[in-house]
Design a protein around this ligand. Sequence first.
Ligand code: HEM
Ligand SMILES: *[C@@H]1O[C@H](CO)[C@@H](O)[C@H](O)[C@H]1NC(C)=O
Ligand SMILES: *[C@@H]1O[C@H](CO)[C@@H](O)[C@H](O)[C@H]1NC(C)=O
Length: 752
Amino acid sequence: NAVYLPATTVGKLLLSAYQESLEIVQAALEPSRQRRSTPISPKNVFTFFRQTEPETQEISRAAEIFQTTLQVLKNRAKHMEPALLSWDDVELIAELSQCPPETHSTICQHSHLNKYRSISGLCNNRENPRWGAVNIPLIRWLPAEYEDGEREPKGWNRGQLYNGFQLPLPREVSTKILRSSSKQEDEVYSEILVEWGQYIDHDITLTPQSTGSAAFWTGFECLTTCENMHPCFPILETAETGEQGCMPFFRSSPACLDNHSSEIGVSVLQRQQMNSITSFIDASVVYGTTPKLESHLRDLSGLNGKLAINDQFKDPKGRPFLPNVATLPSACLQGPAGERVECFSAGDSRVNEGLPLTSLHTLWLREHNRIAEALKLINDHWSPETIYQETRKIIGALHQIITMRDYVPKIIGSESYEHYIGTYGGYDPTTNPSASNVFATAAFRFGHATIPPILRRLNESFKEHEHFPDLRLQNTFFNPWRIVKEGGIEPVLRGAIGAAAKTVSADMLLTEELTERLVVLNMQQHMDLASLNLQRGRDHALPGYNDWRGFCGLTPIKTLDDFKEVVRDYNIAEKIFEIYKHPDNIDVWLGGLVEHFLAGSRTGPLFACLIGKQMKALRDGDRFWWEAEGMFSQQQKVELLKASLSQIICENTNIREVLPDSFMFRKYPSDYIPCEHIPSMNFEAWREEKSQDLKQCGTPREIKNGDFILSSMTGKLVALYSCYHGFKLKGAAAIVCEGNQWNGQPPQCTGI
Ligand code: HEM
Ligand SMILES: *[C@@H]1O[C@H](CO)[C@@H](O)[C@H](O)[C@H]1NC(C)=O
Ligand SMILES: *[C@@H]1O[C@H](CO)[C@@H](O)[C@H](O)[C@H]1NC(C)=O
C-alpha cells in the first residue's frame, strides 16, 4: 500500500514515471523497428536467428515499459519502493504499458466445440487459458535470485560477492573447463538423437531477447559496448577488459505481469522471461504459433489441406523444399557462385541454423503433404480445412510419440523415465504444462555438449559423399544453399542416422567449433555457445547448482570429495572448485553437465530430474495429448504407434535402407533393413463414412476466404466456420444440422 502519499500524488507519480520510461524505451526501440522493415543484412543474422512474431515484439515492448517504470519509480522516490505499491497501482502500470489484459476463462466457453488445438495454445487448459500458450512467462520452479532482488542479473555488479566470492566470468569457465578439441563417440546412439533434441526443443521453447539494440539508459549499442547497460550484458574476455574485450550479449526480454507465472510465492514484481511459442509438443515447429505465420505456411489456394512448398527449387528426385521467408533478400549465407538460395521458412524461425535441423523440418513438411494426400483419397468429402487439421493432429501425435517413446527414455534412462514420468494416467487439468525457466535455460541445453565438430554427409553406401564431403560445423550455419545445391537432405540425413553420436564426458564438453567459431551473428567476432549458456542462466537469475539438487531431492555438494563422487572426473571436479571457490556458486548448467551419467542414460541425475519433470508436465497437462480420451480411436492409435522416425525418412526421402530405430547406431550395413520392411501407418483407420445427419443436411456450403470443419462433439452435427488470417467473420460461426437441414446460412469472410 502507498502509505505516505495521497492517492492523487501517487497517480501523478505513476503517470510521470510511465511517461519517462515510455520515452526511454521508445528511443531505444525506434531505430531497430525501422531496420526491421528493410531487408535484413547479414549483420543482423543474430536477431534474425530468433526472429519473433510481431505479437511477441509488442508484448516485449510493453514488458520493457512496465519494468522500466518500476525502475524509474524506484530511482525517483526512495520511499516509493515498488514493493509498497498497491496491487491496483501495479495493474495500472501494466495497463498503461499495454501489457495484455488478464485472460479470463470465459473466453474458452466454446472451446469444447474445437476438435483441434488452437494455433496459439490458448484454451488448451480451460480454467487457465494461458497455460502453455504463446508469450507467457517461463515458469519458475524455484524463485529467481537477482542481484538487486528484482531485475539485475547475477554478475551484473562486479564487486558483488556470493558466499564470499565473486562469480567467475563465463568466458573463463568456458575456456578453462568447457572448451574441448575432441569429442568422444557414443557407441549406442546415432547423431540424429542430438538433432532431434534441438528440433524438439524448438517445438517447446523460444526465449525472445530484448528487441532494442541500444541500451535503454544511455543509447550505447549492445554490439559495441563492454559495459553492463540494460539490455546489454556483454560477455567479458577477462576481468580487466578493454573495449574489444567482450562479446555482445542481449538480455532476454522481460515478461509482462502475469498472475499465473509464479507457482510459488515469488514477488510478482520480479523480472520474468518469456516463452514466445507454445510449450506443448504440438508440432508448432511445423505450423507456427500465430495465425499469420500459419497461413503463410499453408497452401491455401491449393484447396488440398497441404503446406506451401518452395516454388523455386526441388530436390533431384522432384521432392519439395521448405518455402522461402517472406522478406527478400534474406540474410542466409550464399554459395560460391550461381543463383541465390534464400532462407527457408517454417513454423520456427530458427530453421536455418544448421543443416540437420533444416533437414528435419523438410522431412515433416513432406510428411504433412503425404498424409494430407492420403486422407483426401480416403475421405473425398472432407473440406480442405478438415484435411489440414486432421493431418496437423496426426503430425502432432507423431511428434509426441517419437519424443516420448523413442527419445526421452534414451536421454534420461528408463529408470528415471519410470520415476519422473511413468505410465500415462489421462489428462490432468491441474498440471501446468508451461515450460520452466530452468528447463529452457539450463537442463535442455545439455545437448550443446553432444554436438560434433564435423557434419557428416554420406552417399548411398553410407560412405563419405564423393561430391559433398564432410563439413566443419562452422560452415553449416545459415547455409540453406548446401541443401538445395548439394544433393538435397539425403547426404545430411544419412550422416545423421549413419554416424555415431558424440557423448558428453566431463573432460570433453563443448567443441571448439561452438566455443570459438559459433556464427550466430555474422560480425568480426565469433560467439561462444558455452559462455552464452552461462551468461543466459545469470541473466535469468537461475539459482545455483546446489539449490537445484535440493529441488530434485539430491544431496547438496558440500565438499570437493562430494563433488568428485558425483562427477567421477577428479581433475574436472578440482578445476571447477578452484574456479568457483564455493559449491553453491556453481552455475546450474555447468554442474548438471559434468555429473556422471546414470546407467543407460545420457544425463546425470540432476538433468534427468529436470527434463523428466518438464516432460511429464508437457504430457499430463496437455488436453490434446495423443493418448488423451477422445483424441484418437483405438484403431488409429494402433496405426500411430507403427510410425517411427525411420518410417518418416523412408517415406519422404531417397534413403532406402534404415535401422528400425534411427536413433540407434550400427555401422552400415549391419542390421540395416530395406524401407519396405519398416512398419507404416494405414490411413484406413481415418476413413469416415458420411454420417446420417450429413447425408440428410447435405455438405455445408463452402465460403470464400474461409472454410469449415464438422464436429459432432455436442451430439449434434455442427459446421464450424473460420476465416483465413486477414479476414473477418460476419454472421454466426456455427450452423447446426437440425431436422433435415442446416439451421442457418454460413457466415461470410470479408477483408479487413
Ligand atoms: C549445432 C547445433 C546447435 C547450435 C548451433 C545451437 C545454438 C544455440 C544458440 C545460439 C542458442 C541461444 C543461446 C543464448 O543466447 O542463450 C541456443 C539455445 C538453446 N539450445 Fe541450442 N544449439 C544447437 C543444438 C542444440 C541441441 C542439440 C539442443 C538440445 C538437445 C539444444 C537446446 C537448446 C535450448 C533448450 C536452447 C534455449 C532455447 C530458448 O528457450 O530460446 N540446442 N542454441
Ligand atoms: C493477482 O495477484 C494479486 C496479488 O497476489 C491479487 O491481489 C489479485 O487479486 C490477483 N488477480 C487476479 C485476477 O487473480
Ligand atoms: C560412396 O562413396 C565411396 C567412396 O567414398 C565409393 O567407394 C562408393 O562407390 C560410393 N557409393 C555410391 C553408391 O556411390
